[in-house]
Every structure is written in structure tokens, then in C-alpha cells.
Design a protein around this ligand. Structure first.
Ligand code: COA
Length: 165
């Protein structure tokens, strides 16, 4: 599969929105209840760009099939070498190595930016994402029980960490 990984542009945001809104409506991978608007998604992209955080997309045959990004983990200045990332692949393209390309690129960019550690905050029911992250050396460092609520049930968040240096 011929996949290009590149920085996202505003023109990619409708495709990103399609991917993320599917997960909002149908999964606990993301703990939003309401779908995002294009305007909200563009604001998210612009904020990442202003803060010099990456927002990358995976493109196949002129179609956006996944995206990845990271941003501040927490807002106090002492957390400045830690980022929280996310990777999403279009539901029709899972299992083709696209998530891998996106996460490897985010790890490379984080190292280039001299960051120290990356954190993924993952719903404990999302076994695919937990296994996926383990493949890249992320370790489960904590589980916060019943920290989320969606689809009428409590959800646990699994914190997975990769030390970069
Ligand atoms: C998790 C996700 C990003 C993985 O992306 P993907 O493109 O399907 O994964 P890849 O094909 O690149 O797989 C990379 C590795 O992870 C493993 N993996 C991926 N999905 C897996 C699954 N469901 N079960 C077991 N292993 C899995 C693959 O076996 C592969 O390992 P290998 O390199 O040893 O063969 C994708 O399933 C997704 O977007 N899910 C919905 C959104 C989501 O949950 N995002 C993460 C939020 S924290």
C-alpha cells in the first residue's frame, strides 16, 4: 500500500472530521459525545500549528486515510517536555500499517523537538490501541478507574508511556 505521511493542511480537515466523527459516534476511543464541526476542527489544527505541535495525515490515492497529532499533556510549564498524542486511521483502512507509519513519524518528530516522553491516554476497552502502542514500546504506567462515562457506562483510562531518551 502506497501511503504518504505529510503535515496536514486546512483542506484535509473535512476528511479528518469524517474519521474522528465516526469514532465519536460509534466508539469509546474518544470520549466526546457530540460530533465536531469543521470550524472546531480547523481551530484545533491552527492551535497545534501555532504551538509548533505536529498534525500529520496519511494519504493514499489522494484520500486521507488517517491522522496523528500531539499536544500539551498538562498545562503547567513543568510538563513542557511531555506530550499526549493521538492516532486515528479510517475504519476501512485498519490493519494496513497506516497507524504504524503515523505513530513512528510522531515519535521521530517528538525526538526532533527534544521532547522527553509521550503519553497515550486510551480507553481500557480499546484493546487494539493498547496492543498497537505496545508494539512501539509504550508501557502501561497507570489506569484511572471510572474516569470516563459514555454510552451509559463508566470507562477506565489506561495511561501508556514511551520515554524518548
Ligand atoms: C489503533 C489504530 C490507530 C491502529 O492503526 P492501524 O493502521 O490499524 O494499525 P497498523 O496496521 O499500523 O498496525 C501496527 C501494529 O499494531 C498491531 N495492531 C493494530 N491493530 C491491532 C489489533 N486490533 N489487534 C492486535 N494488534 C493490532 C498490528 O498487528 C501491527 O503490528 P505489527 O507491526 O507487529 O504487524 C487504529 O485501529 C484506529 O484508528 N483505531 C480507531 C481509533 C483509535 O482507537 N485510535 C487510538 C486512540 S488512543
Amino acid at each position: 500500500m502506497n501511503i504518504t505521511i505529510r503535515p496536514a493542511t486546512i483542506d484535509d480537515m473535512p476528511s479528518v472530521l469524517e474519521i474522528v466523527n465516526h469514532e465519536i459516534l460509534h466508539s469509546t476511543a474518544i470520549w466526546d459525545y457530540d460530533i465536531r464541526t469543521l470550524e472546531q476542527q480547523i481551530i484545533i489544527l491552527k492551535e497545534k500549528q501555532e504551538k509548533k505541535f505536529p498534525f500529520i495525515v496519511a494519504e493514499k490515492d489522494n484520500k486521507i486515510v488517517g491522522f496523528g497529532t500531539y499536544g500539551s499533556f498538562r498545562f503547567k510549564v513543568g510538563y513542557k517536555f511531555t506530550v499526549e498524542h493521538s492516532v486515528y486511521v479510517h475504519k476501512d483502512f485498519h490493519g494496513n500499517g497506516i497507524g504504524k507509519l503515523l505513530l513512528l513519524e510522531l515519535i521521530t518528530l517528538a525526538k526532533t523537538q527534544k521532547l522527553h516522553t509521550m503519553i497515550g491516554v486510551i480507553d481500557s476497552e480499546n484493546e487494539s490501541s493498547i496492543t498497537f502502542h505496545e508494539k512501539f514500546g509504550f508501557k502501561t504506567v497507570g489506569i484511572i478507574k471510572e474516569s470516563g462515562f459514555k454510552f451509559d457506562r463508566w470507562l477506565d483510562s489506561v495511561f501508556m508511556q514511551l520515554l524518548l531518551e
